[in-house]
Structure formats: C-alpha cells, structure tokens
Write a protein that binds this ligand. Structure first.
Ligand code: FAD
Length: 510
C-alpha cells in the first residue's frame, strides 16, 4: 500500500525552515516511542531527538528520503541498523533516521556465482542472526566471517569491519562481500562491486556510514559444519599467550577454525576472574595450577575446530590434539565442550540473556573501548593497560587476539595500525551494574580516555575500532595518511555531508 505523507518533515532551522513532501511506500513517524528509540543506542551514554524516523520498504524509499532531505539546508540522514553503537554513531539530532530493520526481509536469496562460490543476497537491514539461521537450516551453508554477537545488522557491521575469531583466516566481514547496492548521499541508488563502481564499493566498506546506505549485500557462504569442538586454555605469561596465538593464526596448513583470546583477573571474582573461564558448568577452575609467579591477570586462548556429524570422534580428537599439543599453556587449565555449530556461533546469546536478567544489557550504559594495537606494541600495552589500569577487570570480557593485515584489503575505508602484518584487537566490554551507574560510567569513560591518551603520548601504533572522536583534528590523526582519500570519497559520494552525522566527522553543508 502506498502511503502519502505531506508535509513529511520540517527542517529545524531557526528561520522556521522548509516543509517538504515525499511519497514513499513505507512510513514516516514524527513522534512517540519509535523516535525516542532512534535517539538512543546500546552505549546508553548519548541521547538526541531526531525529527523523524523513516521506515522504508526498500531502496526507492531511502533514495526519496535522502533527496528530500537534500532540499533543506540542514537536515541530515542516519541509517540505523540495530542501534548497537556505543557513542551515538547511528543518531541524527534534529534529522531523519532511516530504520533499516524495516527492510530486513528484502532480497534474501541464495545462489552460486560464476566461479562456483555460494552466496546469499541479503538486506543491509538484516540481522546476522537471521542470516545464520536461514542459511544453515534451509541450505546447510553459512557465512565465513562473523562477529561474536549476531544481533547486529549487515549494514552496521560492514560500515565498520565485522571481526571475530574467523578474521585471521577470512578477513573481516568487509572482505567477504562481493556486491553491494547503495544509496549515496546524493540519493542515487547504485550497484557496486570490486569491478563495477569499485570506488564506491571500497569506500562504503568500513566507511562509517559516510558514503552511502547499504541496502543489499552479497555475502560469501561456505558449507556449514555440524559441530564445533570449543576449547579454552590458560596462560600466566603474556608472551607465551601471544606466541601461541600468533603461531595459530599464521599457520598456512591446518589450524583451528576460530582463534580468539581474553584477559581475566587472577582471582575468584565471578564476573572478572577464574569462574569466567570453564565452558561446561560442571567444570571448575583449579587455581592450585596457577604458577606462583603469575601476576594480577591471566590470559585465555579460545579456539574452535569445526567437524561433521559423520566424522569419527577419534579423528576429531587427533586433529585437535595435533594443534593443542604444540601450545604451552598451564597444565590442567584446559576446558572444552562440543556444541552444535549454530550454538557456537550464537554463544553470546547466553551472556545476553544473563545480562538482561541482571539489568546490565538494556537498562545500563556500556562505555566500551575497542582498539587495534600493532604486535610491536602489544606487550607494552599489556604491561600498562591490562596489568595496571584494568587489572581488577571491567565487569565484562576483555578480549585480545591477533589478526593478519594481509587479510584486509587496503582499498576499503577501514584503517589499521601502521606496522607489521600482525595486529591485535583489544576490546574492553564494560558492563555496569545499574545501582552503580553514574559513578562507574564516568569512571569508565575517564579511564577509556586515559588509555587512548596513553597510547597517543607513548607513540603506540594503534587505531580505535568503532572509532569515536569529536574533533576533526582527532579524525585527521585517526585516518593518518588515509585522511585525504576519505575526504575525497566524501566529496564525491556525499558532498553535502548529509549521511551518518552521529560519527561527527563532517559538518552538514547547506
Ligand atoms: P548501528 O549502530 O545501527 O549503526 C552503526 C553505524 O553504521 C552508524 O554510523 C550507522 O549510520 C551506520 N549504518 C547502519 N546501517 C547502515 C547501512 N545499512 N548502510 C550504511 N551505514 C549504516 N563488532 C565486531 O566487529 N565484532 C563483534 O564481535 C562485535 N560484537 C558486538 C557485540 C555487541 C553486544 C555490541 C553492542 C556490538 C558489537 N560489535 C561488534 C560492534 C558492532 O559491529 C557495531 O557497533 C555495529 O555498528 C553495530 O551494528 P548495528 O547494526 O547495530 O549498527
């Protein structure tokens, strides 16, 4: 049904503004719960008031909304995926928010490309969780590269990178798409790929929503395994942990299918310490095994091996032991379980349910900090940040694991540390109990700032992942020698700086 809305939104400039009309097949909402939700995000530390929320049915509606906003002097347009940003990146103060979830059912189709590779065409507003369920249950296929948590949209993660324990092998999610449909900041709907409109394709990937709104993505698939052997092993020394993790991610031949790691507190604290490590609730962490020389924190390498129902147990055991046998973890501190592939990929859902029960998921803020740190500086980072600044934990996971630059195409808009092939992702995923909200949030934000400041003043080779800066000076430093390319891309695909204003990189021009 076609809905005609007129006037559809009113420019909020001081002169009283301009009223415009468009007709779209979807809906436009100017108040109430939808607008309130669009002014908040998972970070829970920012809140703004958008003028309107557009629920498009497809790219035509998005294109019309962008073109209508272009007619005003100051309206901006933010695509909102699932609003799981931390620092207001999907917000548009006084502007238009495009609720991409309303298009999540569009496009879904599985096919085989000319070179025989299976793919899924999906909406930019589709949740990865739904893609997993559909691809596995209907086709026994699955995307190759994931995020840890799947309640995120395709457009949202592709605008950043999309990383998890498969990134060392397949690269981030931005390396596993072969085509995109995009609505640019000029309102043009354009198809692009590495060979067609390639500049737009690479701009949009990791482009922080600055160059276009992704309405369709073609995602590479592979046969889905049935089962996963999921293993955690513990280290007291950071250099032994990094040596093994780097060895695993650099293997040309057989390695695990997933490699991650995390830091945890050397103590019995149930949120930050030993109890967070065992995978099976029946298992317990034997702290007598920890060497006396261990410090305030310990390190856990987390790996997983895919297999099929038809594989013999002895074959799976042999494959796992061949790799585990090469690792130098603390004897007796090894934990493992076998789970279905879908359970494994959706493993964070259990933590989500637990956090929801405690009121730390929806109700409390999440002052998270994510960085990429080069191998050159990761030991220094460990000594100051893990062993000193956050040695009591952050109330949630503190991830640290290596990735390979060679798996990242430098034509995308993502920026990485400058030196060497190996760099680490560090994620301080802070959860704040509701009763300690104001004090802890402020303390966490200050500590995040201190960490970034320490990195800058100590010449650490790092980049923020899911970056958040407020001044153009900081963005300039963030992009480094990629800044002029980023600005040039902006001038071509969104010359009036209408898109994703919540990133605070460019100012809307009349
Ligand atoms: P939103 O927050 O809605 O949007 C993010 C940005 O992308 C905004 O600038 C927005 O305008 C833009 N955008 C949204 N949709 C589109 C579109 N269709 N086209 C163009 N631009 C668009 N990241 C990882 O890499 N790995 C992880 O394991 C991981 N785990 C996470 C777990 C949790 C619980 C949370 C909260 C976040 C996690 N993230 C992870 C971070 C996540 O990838 C980003 O925050 C991502 O942007 C969230 O997706 P979203 O759909 O909610 O996007």
């Amino acid at each position: 049904m076609i809905a005609y809305i007129e006037p559809f939104f009113r420019d909020n400039d001081p002169d009283g503004g301009l009223s415009m009309s468009i007709d779209i097949k979807g809906t436009i909402i100017c108040g109430g719960a939808a607008v309130e939700i669009a002014g908040k995000d998972f970070g829970g530390m920012n809140s703004v008031k958008p003028l309107a929320v557009v629920r498009p049915t497809g790219p035509e509606d998005i294109s019309r909304a962008v073109k209508a906003a272009l007619l005003s002097d100051s309206l901006t347009v933010a695509a909102r995926g699932n609003g799981h940003s931390i620092n207001g990146q999907a917000m548009s103060e006084g502007g238009v928010v495009i609720d991409m979830r309303s298009t999540e059912e569009n496009h879904f189709q599985v096919g085989i490309s000319g070179d025989g590779a299976p793919f899924a065409d999906v909406s930019g507003g589709a949740l990865w969780e739904d893609i997993l369920k559909r691809c596995v249950s209907e086709y026994s296929l699955a995307p190759r590269s994931w995020t840890d948590y799947l309640g995120l949209t395709v457009g949202g993660t592709l605008s950043n990178a999309g990383v998890s324990g498969q990134t060392f092998r397949y690269g981030p999610q931005t390396e596993n798409v072969t085509e995109l449909d995009v609505v640019t900041g000029k309102g043009d709907a354009v198809s692009c790929s590495p060979t067609e409109n390639s500049d737009l394709f690479f701009s949009v990937l990791g482009g922080l929503g600055q160059f276009g709104i992704i309405t369709r993505a073609r995602i590479l698939l592979q046969p889905a395994p049935d089962m996963v052997r999921w293993i955690r092993v513990v280290y007291a020394e950071f250099d032994e942990f990094t040596r093994d993790a780097e060895w695993l991610v650099s293997q040309e031949g057989e390695s695990f299918d997933y490699v991650e790691g995390f830091v945890f507190v050397n103590g019995e604290d149930s949120i930050n310490g030993w109890p967070t490590v065992p995978l099976d609730p029946e298992d317990w962490f034997d702290s007598d095994r920890i060497p006396r020389s261990a410090g305030s924190v310990l390190y856990c390498l987390e790996v997983a091996l895919h297999y099929r129902d038809s594989d013999r147990k002895s074959t799976v055991d042999t494959r796992a032991e061949r790799l585990i046998g090469r690792l130098g973890f603390i004897e007796g501190l090894r934990f493992e379980i076998d789970v279905t592939y879908v359970e494994f990929i959706l493993r964070v859902n259990r933590s989500e349910a637990a956090a929801k029960a405690k009121g730390t998921w929806d109700e409390a803020p999440h002052p998270w900090l994510n960085l990429f740190v080069s191998k050159r500086d990761i030991s220094k980072f460990d000594r100051t940040v893990f062993k000193e600044l956050v040695s009591d934990g952050v109330g949630g996971p503190m991830l640290v694991y290596p990735m390979l630059r060679s798996r990242w195409d430098n034509r995308t808009s993502v920026v990485l540390p400058e030196e060497g092939d190996i760099f680490y992702i560090v994620a301080l995923l802070r959860f704040v109990p509701p009763h300690r909200k104001p004090y802890l949030v402020e303390k966490s934000v200050i500590q995040n700032r201190e960490i970034v400041h320490w990195c800058v003043s100590n010449g650490i080779d790092f980049k923020l992942y899911l970056p958040h800066y407020k001044s153009q000076e900081d963005w300039f430093r963030h992009f480094g020698n990629r800044w002029s390319r980023f600005v040039d891309r902006k001038s071509r695909f969104d010359p009036r700086a209408i898109l994703s204003p919540g990133q605070k990189i460019f100012k809307r021009t009349p």
